[in-house]
Write a protein that binds this ligand. Sequence first.
Ligand SMILES: Nc1ncnc2c1ncn2[C@@H]1O[C@H](COP(=O)(O)OP(=O)(O)O)[C@@H](O)[C@H]1O
Ligand SMILES: N[C@@H](CCC(=O)OP(=O)(O)O)C(=O)O
Length: 257
Amino acid sequence: MSSKKIILKFGSGILTRTDRAETDEEQLCKLVQAIAELKRRKHEVVVVSSGAVASGLKAMGFKERPQDMVTLQACAAVGQTTLMHTYQSFLRGHGLNVGQLLLTHADLESQDRAEKVKATLLRLLECHNVIPIINENDSVAVEELRFGDNDKLSARVALLWKADLLILLTSVPGLMNLKDSGSVDIVPEVKNVEDALHLAEEVKGSLSVGGMTSKLRAVQDAVQGGIPCIIASGRHPEQLADLVDGSGVGTRFPVPA
Ligand SMILES: Nc1ncnc2c1ncn2[C@@H]1O[C@H](COP(=O)(O)OP(=O)(O)O)[C@@H](O)[C@H]1O
Ligand SMILES: N[C@@H](CCC(=O)OP(=O)(O)O)C(=O)O
């Protein structure tokens, strides 16, 4: 079994309870178990986690996602600490720790800053008991709160790190063909992302930002840069090791020949 460099992106929808707007601790516990299993199998793991806004809603007194940008940024400021505290408490049970990186797209556009981010990431990964967890620095950048750019951020970090695999875990089991009435078939493999874009519908989770188009665009960047991707359900993280090994349920995006 060869060690792989794996980026896992967790969307807000899988980190939040389905009945109310707060962090789903049971779900985070399962995701952390799956991370620990990948580490046990000697893979290197970097997480890009959304969920800061959703995790801050309750403390800020909201039942649903507010609309104005400054309030969203304030929710993210509160929620990010709650989220990291929850990750840390579950990771500790597996002898692991969190290394938090809050980034903006501007950080990765500047070569100098991107090199610094990479150096920090590599140093964190030298400590085999640390899981780097990345989110956009929402209190100083708004791209992500508008466009769901954690999908894109995960692809950019995958390219910077030269990851072997990017897995986008979301609230659906993969890219589905919803256009054919009655069909909910998961598309098992997409060889040309451009040809699959028409399958993405406008619909997305009530606490999410990006939707499927944002994921497909991020995947397109990653595969063009030589990194294969998978979109799969984050509600079944127990299949993560299988996904890495080439089985499991999801949509695979191989690197074009
Ligand atoms: N063709 C499609 N196949 C699967 N899901 C789709 C498709 N088109 C749109 N979606 C929507 O994409 C959503 C997943 O994206 P999003 O809600 O932004 O999740 P996340 O919080 O994980 O980023 C699902 O809620 C689903 O309704
Ligand atoms: N940085 C934001 C995430 C925005 C975002 O990309 O969300 P999603 O579409 O759920 O991946 C947050 O932590 O709430």
